[in-house]
Design a protein. Structure first.
Length: 456
């Protein structure tokens, strides 16, 4: 029997059929999408992952790889059949090595992102990936979804942070290319197949990550602006004044911060008069905070900025970022909403927001908008609190995605496709692209046992 085989492979600490454990693993973070599984298996090594996958392949049983289960697209949730095995990477959480002179580190897929950041900082290095769920998400899941986060404006997405990768294929074969090289043109760059594939082509078990010099002292500022388009103009001005020192550049609407302060009363916006929009900025300034002050003063004089507050110390900076990271928590407290994760060219973000307002007024005048995102890379979380039936939500979602497509954008910027966006992929990707995706899937997973029902 398959379950007995798996028990023998991973030992008593590596599996569970307890109802409460299964329930926790079978619901996504927001509690909206649920599934069923007979077992959660937690291998302790790449070898054990390989043996489990091989056993499942022989039995024709599907596997759902799962990291920290923070996906917002149900990418790590099994279906309702009760037959798919959840393979958790949580026990594979070792930082195998750090090569500070080479600016690299090798980690297992189950490492919590925050622990990776801390380990890099301990050797005066910087791992650039940062997002709201970093205290619970795992690096394997970050890579499997090509996570974005707040530092993409300077460092790029998760894909840009990877030098090498180890993955287990659908037949149990281990593909290991954990080299820590910046230059290597010997054949295909196989790691790129698995980054962003959401566990449908292989299960990521380890990675060699790129580290950066420590950014040193960060200057953190909260800026009030009149219109979303002013954020684009401010970014251009700060890039002119500060060069590549901008670490993060986050756009948040006033209604979003009002939602945060309503549900998390200890957080407050440090302005006497509210602004229609806010930008939260991190800048690597070393010991020269005057650079940031001068740049913001110039933007105030030019009329781009209404007001600005610069954090005086780490505690103040942390409170400002707590407001940004608390948005998801506040949204969950406020109840269900239509959530989109879109990207448009930075130059067209203002147009998207203006036309989006007209779209909401026409199709859902009773709706309220919760908009925020990483304006430095064109990624917006355009969420709508919309009373009404599912059909109206689907109609509005399609209308938003149509607008994004018209403006040359993407309906999925950083959260992936998973289960919830699968039906949209063929609508907004060319036939040739979809066909090549299917060929890759069929070639690497002909029996469709790796995270079936996700992506394509």
């Amino acid at each position: 029997m398959l379950l007995d085989q798996i028990r023998n492979i991973v030992g008593p600490k590596g599996w569970s059929t307890d109802a409460d454990v299964l329930k926790a693993h079978c619901a996504e973070w927001r509690g909206i999408v649920h599934g069923l599984t007979p077992m959660v298996v937690s291998p302790a090594s790449t070898e054990e992952v390989s043996l489990v996958v091989r056993a499942c392949a022989d039995a024709g049983v599907a596997i759902v790889p799962q990291g920290g289960n923070t996906s917002l697209c149900a990418g790590a949730i099994p279906d309702d059949s009760g037959k798919q095995i959840i393979l958790s990477l949580a026990r594979m959480n070792q930082i195998r090595s750090i090569d500070a002179p080479n600016f690299s580190m090798e980690v297992e897929a189950g490492c919590i992102l925050q622990n990776v950041q801390r380990a890099a900082a301990e050797v005066d290095r910087h791992f650039a990936l940062s997002l709201g769920a970093e205290g619970s998400c795992q690096i394997g899941g970050n890579l499997a979804t090509n996570a974005g986060g707040v530092n993409v404006v300077r460092y790029g997405t998760a894909r840009a942070q990877v030098l090498g990768l180890e993955a287990v294929l659908a037949d149990g074969t281990v593909v290991s290319s954990l080299r820590s090289l910046r230059k290597d043109t010997a054949g295909y760059d196989l790691k790129q197949l698995f980054i962003g594939s959401e566990g449908t082509l292989g299960i990521i078990t380890a990675a060699t990550l790129k580290l950066h010099p420590s950014p040193g002292t960060l200057g953190t500022a909260l800026v009030g602006i009149k219109a979303s388009g002013d954020a684009v103009r401010l970014l251009a001005q700060l890039r002119k004044d500060l060069g590549e020192a901008i670490e993060a550049f986050e756009l948040v609407s006033d209604p979003v911060f009002k939602l945060v302060t309503r549900h998390i009363p200890e957080l407050t916006v440090p302005f006497d008069q509210p602004a229609p929009w806010y930008v939260l900025i991190d800048v690597s300034v070393g010991n020269c905070i005057e650079r940031l002050e001068t740049a913001l003063s110039t933007s105030i004089e030019s009329g781009i900025v209404l007001d600005a507050v610069i954090a005086k110390n780490t505690a103040e900076a942390s409170r400002l970022w707590r407001m940004r990271h608390a948005i998801a928590e506040a949204e969950r407290s406020a109840g269900p909403s239509l959530k989109t994760d879109i990207a448009v060219p930075i130059s067209r973000m203002e147009e998207f927001l203006q036309r989006g307002d007209l779209l909401l007024a026409e199709l859902a005048p009773e709706a309220s908008l919760v908009a925020f995102g990483h304006v430095g890379d064109g990624n917006l979380h355009y969420n709508v609190v919309l009373p009404g039936d599912v059909s109206s939500r689907d109609r509005l979602t399609s209308a938003i995605y149509d607008l994004v497509y018209e403006l040359g954008g993407s309906f999925s910027a950083e959260h992936g496709i998973g289960r919830t966006k699968r039906k949209y992929l063929p609508l907004y990707r060319g036939g040739g692209e979809i066909e090549l995706m299917r060929r890759l899937k069929n070639a690497l997973d002909p029996n469709n046992i790796l995270n079936p029902g996700k992506v394509i």
